[in-house]
Design a binder for this molecule. Structure first.
Ligand code: SAM
Length: 296
């Protein structure tokens, strides 16, 4: 591997995304210290699937956490989406071990969020002894105090338009009741909770049919919701286990720079072809904003 670092200079990366093919524990070495604002990723876990033979083991995990810590800006975020398989009648606990591994690596555990799916390929039967497994963890780690939080406000308020107390008076200096002029009614929407529900499966996860040539994509809306929540336009978003390129595609669509890494050449080609279909959101960055964006 050529060890030249990728430039994250404004002029070099502002309007470009990059796809790197190789093991992320090696490829991340190309990213300079504190170059990345946000990582949104889902690693292979418990060898549930065969990704063209690529997986990662315990010792790789430590290297990956340490590289992610190095490349993340102060206040930056890593969203790590992971679950457990069942082995010998017990859940493996991989997700918890990894969450603790990130904390041991210096990250704060900002929030333990849940990705709830609307359906499962293995629903419980009445005679089963285990309920249907319907969620994955979305661990949100931050490097120090989190810098960006643009909470999505789409939870409708039952009492929208009303005032909180039904009264628009307050106590004046002498204790008498006076009319409040600027009393604010309950807004139409408030920030959503930390359990996010998505429809999954073919036709729901992705607007690109060919994404399903990859066996384990996450919903593009999930990637977008994290990108909007924890980064701003012009920020750099990383996915070290890029697969079909869902995170990179949504980063590009939302005016973020991106770096995607995958060990499989076939998935890198798939991701590049999907990402190339999308136009970057115009950022008003000057003459190079449109030129050369399709670096991937
Ligand atoms: C769960 S999939 C990611 C899917 C992706 N979120 C999407 O929506 O398409 C995990 C990916 O990690 C890749 N992978 C496995 N080990 C890797 C490693 N050490 N470095 C980079 N990629 C790896 C696999 O090839 C696979 O595509």
């Amino acid at each position: 591997m050529e060890n030249k670092k990728i430039s994250t200079k404004k002029s070099d990366l502002e309007a470009k995304g990059i796809v790197l093919c190789g093991l992320c524990q090696d490829m991340m070495k190309k990213i300079p210290n504190e170059g990345v604002n946000l990582t949104v990723t889902s690693p292979p876990y418990d060898n549930i699937r065969d990704y063209k033979g690529y997986c990662f083991e315990e010792e790789d995990f430590k290297k990956i956490v340490s590289e992610l810590y190095r490349v993340t800006k102060k206040g930056g975020v890593v969203v790590w989406i992971v679950g457990d398989s069942v082995k010998n009648g017990s859940e493996t606990g991989t997700s918890f071990r990894q969450a603790l591994g990130f904390m041991a690596g210096g990250f704060k555990l900002h929030d333990t969020m849940i990705y709830e799916k609307n359906t499962s390929s293995f629903p419980a039967r009445r005679t089963s002894k285990r309920y249907t497994q319907i969620f994955e963890y979305m661990f949100v780690f931050s490097k120090g105090k989190i810098a960006t939080g643009n909470l999505i406000c789409d939870k409708p308020n039952k009492w929208a338009g009303h005032t909180n107390w039904g009264k628009n008076t307050h106590r004046g200096k002498n204790g008498e009741l006076v009319k409040t002029k600027d009393i604010k009614p309950v807004p139409d929407f408030s920030p959503r909770n930390n359990i996010w529900r998505y429809n999954v499966g073919k036709g729901f996860n992705s607007s690109d049919k060919e994404s399903h040539n990859h066996p384990a994509i996450f919903p593009e809306k999930l990637a977008e919701d994290h990108i909007l929540s924890w980064s701003n336009e012009g920020d750099l978003v990383l996915d070290p286990f890029m697969g079909s390129g869902t995170t990179c595609k949504m980063a590009k669509k939302n005016g973020r720079k991106y770096i995607g890494i995958d060990a499989s050449e076939e998935y890198c080609e798939l991701a590049k072809s999907i990402i190339a279909k999308y136009k970057p959101k115009k950022l008003g960055l000057g003459p190079h904003a449109d030129a050369d964006w399709n670096y991937a």
